[in-house]
Ligand binder design. Sequence first.
Ligand SMILES: Cc1ncc(COP(=O)(O)O)c(C=O)c1O
Length: 395
Amino acid sequence: MGIISDLFTPTHEGNLMKKKYIVTPGPVDVPPQVLLAMAQPIIHHRSPEYTPIFKEVNEGLQYVFQTRNPVMTFSSSGSGAMESAVVNLLSPGDKMLAVVGGKFGERWADIAKAYGLDPIVLEVEWGYAVKPEQIEAALQKNPDIKAVYTTLCESSTGAVADIKAIAEVVKKSKAVLVVDAISGLLTTPLKMDEWEIDVVVGGSQKALMTPPGLAFAAVSDRAVALSKESKLPKFYLSWQKALKNLEKDTTPFTPAITTTFGLQAALKMIREEGIENVWKRHARLASAMRAGVKALGLQIYTKDFGPTLTAICAPEGIDGKAWLKVLRDKFGVTAAGGQGDVTGKIIRIAQMGYASTFDVTTALSAVELSLSDMGYKLNLGTGVKAALEYLEQNQ
Ligand SMILES: Cc1ncc(COP(=O)(O)O)c(C=O)c1O
């Protein structure tokens, strides 16, 4: 009770002052440097002041995507870049392979269907990542597949795929490889050029530490060539329009200028830390989180887990939806729930982007307090202790 009343101090008006925390796998907490950058007055996007900012952002994005290819920015959420990767590569009647191991893989197939395509769906059991051999078999069965659409981290399950190995098998076919790295970018290594990936899509509200509103598509020469022939309808999401403008460090339409200011500041922080260190930090924090969860006797849902997020099974007798509500309403901590078949069965927590040791201990203490509040028997501090010990032993 003592701890709970500390978290919810009554104000003079009798309201409760809550300090809130967001621990979802996007949108994520935004660092003060980024928030401050976004407090700048609006400037015009076709002006000598804006052009160098966008140029710097584009170079920073190339660093994050590990590519020399152009990285286009759309003022949309990540799904806009996903949609762009379907409409700019394909034509009516084309064959595409969608790897579906969760809600976001499903989105590839849904977008294709919305444009009248009949996607070949490679179903993967939830919690697992697709195996390169499965993709290879699908490509051998359908050698006329034009594009393979897959996901680096399937955020609905936490499963992380071996994109390097997948790229090796796709390379043996005629297909281009498209990777949804919206949650995986920066949380787990991805090297677009070295691994020869054709298209990588991302979003600002994940480890890029920026508010929602910007989506990115990095495209290889092969992908650009396909975009010149593709016949699916497109206007706002046309790569040809975006690429033509990108050559002049501009966008075809009014960009989300304020969010771009924020992204500029975030990219500066990422470059200062160094991408290898960003990857290592995420891996270390996620391992510490898992150590804490296991020490509490809780199950990790994900079989092929990775550093992007931790999916925790609601223990026997605890409803996952009620658990989320307690976390949010009693403790001020917003985590994400399960989707589809695992609705009410798991919660998902991430240390993504602007995260350190204390984001792990905050999340774990919230897990402990909320479960304890719901009658689950545990010794407070067990998870936090295990996580701290892990961090101490793995500097
Ligand atoms: C892997 C993945 N793909 C796609 C999306 C969809 O992105 P958005 O909600 O920004 O459209 C998300 C968002 O959570 C995601 O994690």
